[in-house]
Design a binder for this molecule. Structure first.
Ligand SMILES: Cc1ncc(C[n+]2csc(CCOP(=O)(O)OP(=O)(O)O)c2C)c(N)n1
Length: 372
């Protein structure tokens, strides 16, 4: 793939209609800036991205069902956001770090995080269960927007050590309203940090539509920090891949941070405890079904003569195997000792945590005493 370093211009003209390479009808359209960043991609590679999306979708829907069946405690579904997550994840190098919130389930699958470990968090048997350094994936972040600070901190450290790795921060439309995100962008901009701010604008922050949070498109916020912004169709995996490759390349070659707004839609509830029918119309959800990220790739591949039927069948076989593994893993998870929650709060012993640990032990012992 040839990438020039001069493509720092914003997709400013396109802010009102997100940049796209593949329409919902599956038609490949040209784009002056983005095209060159996916010029190397052949049909088989696009089919592989499709398979990734099928796997991720199946993982998500299976985990959702497991939650409904009482095998997991909570699940924030990504349904509808497969292209935004897979497209951006596939633009990263293994050495790059990702800092997500709680909805980014694609990257761990693509990077081979042990599924059982990932699920422990969602069965609430462990605060966290995977080693971030093993796969360069930060811990889930529930504090909205805080992970952007972590990503910038990491990027500044990498820059200081000159180790050529970059970071990407995933966050939602709602997070852009948080002070943490503004602070992260100030530091990223002033230190020229190699970081990509990847905003998945999925239309809602729980029940708050994006329109309540911003009077203009979110990508415009970045210019206030002097950070170039790209606004792409987040359901178009080609556009997402291209924009993220461009942004990562900028970061890696010393051009500093970028902001990507991937315009997508959360097809399901905020989490399994939410009922979206209370705050949005079914017509709106239906209108997004036609913009499905997988459907448009199938349509395009079909128009190119690719054997989509076979692709679908193979992807399903892989997805079935993943779902089976996921189900068995979720059911088998046993709780970690509760006391473990005190272990990783600080890197060294801390008086307040030790006091809490002692309180917890006394509390647990009182039950044992009552039972005997
Ligand atoms: C600092 C903080 N404030 C509020 C919350 C409660 N909260 C949890 S999810 C959420 C909405 C976040 O929306 P968005 O950033 O758009 O991400 P999405 O859930 O749509 O992926 C809020 C307000 C929180 N977790 N942290």
């Amino acid at each position: 793939m040839s990438i020039t370093t001069s493509t720092t211009e914003q997709l400013a003209d396109e802010f009102d209609s997100p940049a796209r390479l593949l329409t919902a009808e599956g038609v490949r359209v040209r784009h002056e800036i983005l095209d060159e960043h996916v010029a190397d991609l052949d049909l088989q590679q696009l089919a592989d991205l499709y398979t990734d999306m099928v796997l991720v979708r199946r993982f998500d829907t299976e985990a959702f069902s497991l939650t409904r069946q009482g095998e997991l405690a909570l699940w924030p579904p990504l349904l509808g956001q497969e292209a935004a997550q897979v497209g951006s994840a596939r633009a990263l190098e293994d050495r790059d770090w990702s800092f997500g919130s709680y909805r980014e389930h694609a990257l761990p699958i693509l990077r081979g995080v042990d599924i059982d470990r990932w699920l422990k968090v969602w069965k609430t048997t462990s605060n966290t269960a995977w080693d971030p350094h093993e796969h360069n994936i930060g811990l889930n972040q529930i504090i909205i927007g805080a992970q952007t600070l972590h990503a910038v901190g990491y990027a500044m450290g990498a820059q200081f050590k000159q180790d050529d790795s970059c970071s990407i921060a995933y966050f939602g439309d709602g997070a852009t309203t948080e002070g943490d995100v503004s602070e992260a962008m100030v530091f990223a901009s002033t230190y020229n940090a190699p970081v990509v701010f990847f905003c998945q604008n999925n239309g809602y922050a729980i029940s708050e539509p994006t329109s309540v949070q911003a009077k203009h498109v979110l990508a415009r916020r970045a210019s206030g920090f002097d950070i170039p912004a790209y606004r792409v169709d987040g359901n178009d995996i080609l556009a997402v891949l291209a924009a993220t490759r461009l942004a990562m390349h900028r970061a890696r070659t010393g051009h500093g941070p970028s902001f990507i707004e991937a315009v997508t839609y959360r097809m399901g509830p905020h989490t399994t405890t939410d009922d979206p029918s209370r705050y949005r119309e079914n017509d709106e959800v239906e209108s997004w079904k036609e913009r499905d990220p997988l459907l448009r790739v199938e349509r395009f591949l079909e128009s190119e003569g690719f054997n989509v039927e076979q692709l679908r069948a193979d992807a399903k076989t892989n997805a079935d195997a993943l779902a089976k593994q996921l189900r068995a893993g979720a059911i088998a998870i046993q709780p970690d000792p509760a006391e473990q929650m005190f272990d990783n709060v600080y890197s060294s012993p801390h008086a307040r945590i030790e006091r809490q640990r002692a309180e917890y032990k006394a509390f647990a012992a009182s039950y044992e005493k009552a039972a005997s």
